[in-house]
Write a protein that binds this ligand. Structure first.
Ligand SMILES: [Fe+2]
Length: 243
């Protein structure tokens, strides 16, 4: 890893992958199941108020971690409606009384819809919801201070899948959403929805500047090249030894 962070290692049953302290903001990056899924607890360290992001798996374990850390989950945020990101949300809401906010509340009982640029209070901090369709039509990213949770829009070294396997997805919208992210300060730290980095070592988080320089989808040179890389991704991965 090229910068900062406190990696706790990836061996065995480690659930807290990283505890990113950023001033008053706490970011707990958790692995609790799925296809290298990351789910998150964001909290104001001063008040212990927390939001759970993408509780796809093991809601009771997520709650136990929050309690161990002295955090109270008051809101549940969903980056998009794929089951590996929201599968445990209703149960976590029942366990905590927290409200669920999602781009498409769909069949999440009691959930409220998110609006683009909606501001959410997190103790004395603010979380900004950014509509970022592409991988899924209801996709949102969440920004707090200089940290951006990117769901399945932008990973370390990759971007979210689009095409027939992902209903409602759009490579064009994904491209536009990525351009929107790139207007944010380059030092913005990104925390993805999956641990999909396939390069040497580990990279559970990154920065926009790093991705702009190294992510092949962002260095491809334009929308047509972006689409061409998507078409040829299997070959590109094999050629470059990417998992
Ligand atoms: Fe997804």
């Amino acid at each position: 890893m090229g910068y900062g962070g406190k990696p706790n290692g990836r061996k065995g049953d480690v659930m807290i992958i990283n505890d990113h302290g950023r001033g008053h903001l706490r970011i707990l990056q958790l692995h609790l199941g799925g296809d290298r899924n990351f789910q998150y607890l964001l909290a104001d360290a001063r008040t212990g108020e927390a939001v759970a992001v993408d509780p796809g798996f093991a809601p009771s374990r997520m709650l136990a971690i929050a309690r161990e850390q002295g955090l109270t989950i008051g809101q549940i945020l969903i980056t998009h409606g794929h089951s590996d990101h929201q599968g445990g949300a209703v149960e976590l809401a029942a366990l905590t009384g927290a409200v669920i906010l999602a781009g498409d509340p769909g069949d999440l009982a009691g959930a409220e819809p998110l609006a683009d640029d909606q501001l959410l209070r997190l103790g004395g901090l603010v979380v900004r919801a950014l509509a970022t369709p592409g991988h899924a039509p209801d996709h949102f990213c969440f920004m707090c201070q200089d940290c951006l949770l990117t769901g399945d829009l932008l990973f370390c070294g990759k971007v979210g899948g689009t095409g027939p396997y992902f209903p409602g997805s759009s490579a064009g919208q994904e491209w536009e959403s990525l351009q929107r992210l790139l207007l944010l300060p380059p030092e913005t730290r990104i925390y993805p929805g999956h641990d999909y980095y396939g390069g040497q070592g580990t990279m559970p988080f990154s920065t926009l500047a790093f991705e702009q320089e190294h992510n092949p989808f962002l260095t491809s040179g334009g929308f047509e090249a972006f689409c061409a890389l998507k078409e040829n991704w299997a070959e590109y991965k094999e050629e470059h030894g990417i998992r």
